[in-house]
Design a protein around this ligand. Sequence first.
Ligand code: B12
Length: 211
Amino acid sequence: MSLEAIYAAVLDGNAPAAKAQTQIALDAGESAESILNTACIPAMSEVGSLFEMGEKFVPEMLISARAMNASMELLKPLLAAAGVEQIGTVVVGTVAGDLHDIGKNLVAMMMEGAGFKIIDLGTDVPPAQFVDSMKTDKPDIIAMSALLTTTTKSISSTIQALEEAGVRGEVKIMVGGAPVTQDFADHVGADGFAPDASSAARRAKELLAIA
Ligand code: B12
């Protein structure tokens, strides 16, 4: 079964195999969403658990992330293809000090698939860059990702910078990432939180009152 092979390839950090097995699964009629949700994401979660148990180390996490990205190269256009007309603009970015981008990329893809125009500022995005994007990109939503407990502080400082620039009221703010919770979102005054990429896309539509 190629789903199991994709899972194993991501877990082992074998990017060529992840890509080849993803193509085999797609050719066999598997949907991009099911490959993502039943092979890629569970494999990365397993990598996380093994890291937490001291059975995998940072370089291994990185090669697993690369393998997942190799699979995502094939899945991304298919996940995005579902969306037709653009229903709003979302600026996405991983906050200052944080280089994790897999979850942020998934959120961007699912939002793109839901019909949003996505402007991706990348990783380690300083508050000032989010503020600048308010002028240049005129987003309806700013979506910030943080994966480290320490960098959740950058979410607060970005919201503060938007307030100080007088533009906080012009945009909805969504926050997410493994250490981020609804309580945290409420505490920092964000408008929306979601625990995963598909609910993030749903929540974004709710925030803009799009059915
Ligand atoms: C892969 C990985 C890495 C890779 C990142 C590669 C990349 N290109 O992203 C590398 C090896 C570079 C890395 C580095 C580090 N990492 Co790391 N990493 C991970 C790992 C294993 C998986 C993260 C991941 O991609 N998960 C899969 C995605 C799909 O899940 P996700 O990111 O949570 O995203 C989902 C949701 O959270 C949500 N979401 C995400 N963003 C957003 C945004 C919005 C707006 C919304 C609504 C939703 C949303 O939707 C996503 C999709 O469903 C986690 C372990 C884990 N269990 O999470 C550790 C982990 C996050 N890393 C950790 C650490 C400590 C580090 C390092 C400090 C290690 C070191 N000593 O150097 C560095 C920090 C580098 C830096 N400055 O950022 C810790 C963080 C601990 C903490 N609580 O602070 C973790 C939890 C591991 C652990 N248990 O210790 N890491």
